[in-house]
Every structure is written in C-alpha cells, then in structure tokens.
Design a protein around this ligand. Structure first.
Ligand SMILES: Nc1ncnc2c1ncn2[C@@H]1O[C@H](COP(=O)(O)OP(=O)(O)OP(=O)(O)O)[C@@H](O)[C@H]1O
Ligand SMILES: [Mg+2]
Length: 253
C-alpha cells in the first residue's frame, strides 16, 4: 500500500471559553491527521469536548489557537466540502422527509429534478423508500436519524462529520444503524469522522480510533483497526481490541 493521503490536518488546536467562573478549556491541544476516505472514530467520555472539536472542523465555532488544514489550506468558516450529522437531528417538522433531505441543494439553488434525483438516491440508500412524503412526527427515532444521514449525504460533502448520531437510540436499532453506516461507507467511500462514547461502536466502525482523555479533550492514543468488515463483535480479535481500549480509558465508557 502506498502513502496515505492526508485530507485534514489539525495542529495545536485549542478551544477555551470565557465563562463567569473564568477561563474554561474545552479542547486542550489536538494534533491529528485524517486520511482520505478513512473511517475515523473519535472516542471519548461525555463532556470531554468532542462536539466542540467537530464544531471547529465544521466551521461553526472558531478555535482559540491552532490550525485546521483541508488539503493543506486553512479552512475559514463553514466549508461546503465538510458536512455534519448533528448529535440531535434537527429536522424541520413542517417539511416532509424529501423536503428535509433536499434542503442543502435547494438552498444552493440546484434545480428540482437533479436535486430530487440525488435526494431520492440517498433516501433509498438509508432504507427510507416509501417514506418520502412522511413528516418527522410520523417517524421513529431511528428513521429520523436516517433522514439526517440522507440529508448530509445529499449535500455530497467530501468529509462527513457525525456527532454521536445513534446516542439516543435503543441498543438494537443502534446496531442496525451501525451496520447501515458501515455498509454505505463501503459502498461509496468518503472521509468520515464519527464521534462516539461507546467503545463497541468505535471498534465496529473505525479504521482508526482516536481515544480522547477527559475534558479538556486531548488525544490519548490512536488505535488502528484493520479487522475485516462487517465486523464480528464476538470474535476474539474484536474483543481483544475492545479490551485494550477499555483498559486505557479515563472513565468507564
Ligand atoms: N459555548 C460554551 N461556553 C462554555 N462552555 C462550553 C461551551 N460549549 C461547550 N462548553 C463546555 O465544553 C465542554 C465540552 O463540551 P462538548 O459539548 O464538546 O462535550 P462532548 O464531548 O460533546 O459531550 P457529550 O458526549 O455529552 O456530547 C463541556 O464541559 C461544555 O460545558
Ligand atoms: Mg457532544
């Protein structure tokens, strides 16, 4: 295998907030390289700074220090090449599944026929065919997350950030969604940065798993996971990786 191409490079990235109680450091110092088309998982305990870190990459928050380089160039503000699936799916309740999914290209004034075609592709891909005209209130939690994923993909980002997208789902639905995301990623590779606080989810999905410390977020260790997909969560190799990581965590994740 040749050299891996670096898409995103975070150097000396820091974020602090001025609060009533003084300066609060949310992200300590993050140095990280993200390779082209890799499935990178950021694993860390609650409130360690994962969302803050993703928001900086998405251009929704400004870093206090450091640099975020995409293909070697600093990104300024939101970049259309970077998309996000939010921790809480913010669907518009007055819009149908189709209208929620096509919102990105519609906003960019893409014509109806091509944008609907693209939206339909991803609605089909996430398994929501037949629900195009449904409203969010008519969908289960898992289905709403699928809409959020289809919406992010329809924007065609080169780098997709996913912030604990399955955190609110029951264990069974969550596993189905993990299988889906892994399948979609295998079908059409793109760079994914997926945040979770769940070790099993991290081992199931990640090519590499970046383990974070407690707040302020700092990279503690990076694990390479080359187990074949779909991963067998009860194989000895899987359990070994899982144990290696859990033995190294700050908190019981
Ligand atoms: N605007 C803000 N002002 C002050 N503190 C903030 C702000 N945004 C986030 N924080 C703090 O930064 C820390 C990290 O928050 P963040 O939302 O990144 O955690 P997280 O790792 O995503 O947690 P969770 O797993 O619960 O989603 C928290 O202690 C939070 O209170
Ligand atoms: Mg968060």
């Amino acid at each position: 295998m040749g050299e891996k191409k670096i898409r995103l490079k975070l150097t000396n990235l820091k974020k602090s907030y001025d609060t009533a109680k003084g300066k609060f450091q949310a992200v300590e110092q993050v140095d990280l390289e993200v390779y082209d088309n890799e499935f990178l998982v950021l694993l860390g305990p609650g409130h360690c700074g994962k969302t803050v870190l993703l928001n900086m990459i998405a251009g929704l928050e400004e870093q206090t220090e450091g640099e975020i380089l995409l293909d070697g160039k600093a990104i300024n503000g939101s970049d259309p090449r970077i998309g996000m699936v939010f921790q809480k799916t913010a669907l518009m309740p007055w819009k149908t599944v189709m209208q929620n999914v096509e919102i990105g290209p519609k906003f960019r004034k893409v014509e109806k026929t091509p944008r609907r075609k693209k939206a339909q592709e991803y609605i089909d891909l996430v398994g929501l065919k037949g629900f195009e005209k449904s409203y969010p209130s008519e969908l289960s939690g898992g289905m709403k997350q699928r809409v959020g994923i289809a919406r992010a993909y329809t924007n065609d980002p080169e780098i997709l950030l996913m912030d604990e997208p399955f955190g609110a789902l029951d264990a069974q639905t969550r596993f189905v969604m993990e299988q889906e995301v892994s399948r979609i990623w295998e079908q059409e590779k793109r760079t994914i940065i997926f945040v979770t606080n769940n070790i099993e989810e991290a081992c199931y999905l990640g090519d590499r798993i970046v383990l974070f410390s407690e707040c302020p977020a700092k990279v503690k260790e990076i694990y390479v996971n080359d187990l074949p997909r779909p991963r067998d969560v009860i194989s000895p190799e899987f359990l070994k990786l899982r144990t290696r990581i859990s033995d190294n965590t700050d908190l019981a994740l």
